[in-house]
Write a protein that binds this ligand. Structure first.
Ligand SMILES: [Mg+2]
Length: 244
């Protein structure tokens, strides 16, 4: 949805002609760590004992199921997280014995704190760059970012649950570029997932920045254009970038 700057700031106000495609989960709401390990940590803190691999399997199923429920499109961020915990309760061996609602609240509070911490950078960047979210989500990302109070920072939100195609498919990146009227060579992609975010963006000719804890190594032989450990570091990267 092209909700931003319809009258007040046309794309021509973009001072450097550099656009930014942003992943959401693990990029804006966490420091390069996917939802599943963060939820697992919150679950373990409330006494859950399922090892991560089995938890991750249940988490993916719960997420997929959430995307298939007809009322999910209207759910805000907090409700989305709690709905996920309900899905996990049914799918984990100790789901009924553990307080997954408390785990969800913990996950939600940490994610909100991260978004709040990242907000000044995001708002500053949105005044000088065209920014789109492209995310593998459940069709309600626009509702979620509105609830988080950062929807005004994005000129477009491409949610796989609505668009019908997920990363790493090139078409969702191309849709982000199209919605920003941006060229691949003048665009940075920032995300936490090497396979879903970084490699396809590089293949399309974008520059790609990996957000990840510093101790991790990028898998495979291809390297991202740059890497950061926390979202605010992207500002320094973009300041040194001009459109070709
Ligand atoms: Mg992500």
């Amino acid at each position: 949805m092209d909700r931003k700057h319809s009258a007040s700031k046309p794309p021509a106000a973009d001072v450097r002609g550099v656009a930014l495609l942003l992943d959401f989960g693990g990029t804006l709401d966490g420091d390069g760590i996917h939802w599943s390990p963060r939820f697992h940590e919150a679950y373990a803190a409330t006494g859950g004992t399922t090892p991560f691999e089995a938890f991750d399997h249940a988490f993916r199923l719960a997420l997929r199921s959430l995307g298939e429920q007809s009322d999910t499109v209207g759910l805000g961020f907090e409700e989305t997280v709690h709905r996920l915990s309900v899905g996990l309760t049914a799918r984990l061996a100790d789901g009924s014995a553990v307080d997954l609602d408390t785990a969800a609240s913990r996950f939600h509070a940490d994610a909100c704190a991260a978004v709040e911490r990242n907000r000044p950078t995001l708002e500053r960047l949105s005044s000088s760059h065209r920014i789109a979210l492209i995310s593998n989500f459940t069709g309600n990302l626009a509702v979620c970012v509105r609830e988080l109070g950062v929807d005004h920072c994005f000129e477009a939100i491409v949610d796989s649950g609505r668009f019908g195609v997920s990363k790493p498919d090139a078409r969702i990146f191309e849709e982000g570029l199209r919605r920003l009227d941006a060229r691949a060579e003048s665009t940075w992609m920032l995300g936490d997932n090497p396979d879903a975010d970084i490699l396809p963006a590089l293949a399309l000719g974008m520059r790609a920045c990996w957000i990840s804890p510093r101790e991790r190594e990028f898998p495979g032989e291809t390297s991202p254009t740059a890497r950061i450990a926390r979202f605010p570091e992207i500002a320094g990267l973009l300041e040194g970038t001009s459109a070709p």
